[in-house]
Design a protein around this ligand. Structure first.
Ligand code: TYC
Length: 108
């Protein structure tokens, strides 16, 4: 096409040109969550939040305590593939240390 950013509208009385807004769709976002359990040590959860989600000590302790008291909590918001990778890595890491910690994701 001669001009890919223009829609041609021919009303019959000559040619009208309209410039299209260059729009790019935003990808769907997913929140990654940690679930509480009675067995995973608090220090391990804090370590997971720091190493897999790039949180500092203060943020990590705050989220860990939120999950501990409320049952679940958001670690971060990501596109689908990033969220899936985080969930897989956290669950594999927890299992490899014999902890039942569960990480999951939900579409926003
Ligand atoms: N409830 C756990 C304990 O008392 C701590 C914990 C916090 C476990 C957050 C999981 O996602 C979790 N040791």
């Amino acid at each position: 096409m001669a001009n890919e950013n223009e829609h041609e509208q021919d009303s019959g009385r000559g040619l009208a040109l309209e410039t299209a807004k260059p729009e790019v769709a935003r990808p769907p976002l997913f929140q990654v969550l940690l679930l509480n359990d009675d067995f995973t040590p608090m220090d391990f959860v804090v370590e997971v939040l720091r190493s897999f989600f790039g949180l500092d000590q203060k943020q990590a302790v705050q989220i860990m305590l939120h999950v501990h008291t409320r049952g679940r909590g958001v670690c971060g918001v990501f596109t689908r593939e990033v969220a899936e990778t985080k969930v897989t890595h956290v669950n594999e890491y927890s299992r490899s240390h014999q902890h039942p910690l569960l990480c999951t994701m939900e579409k926003l």
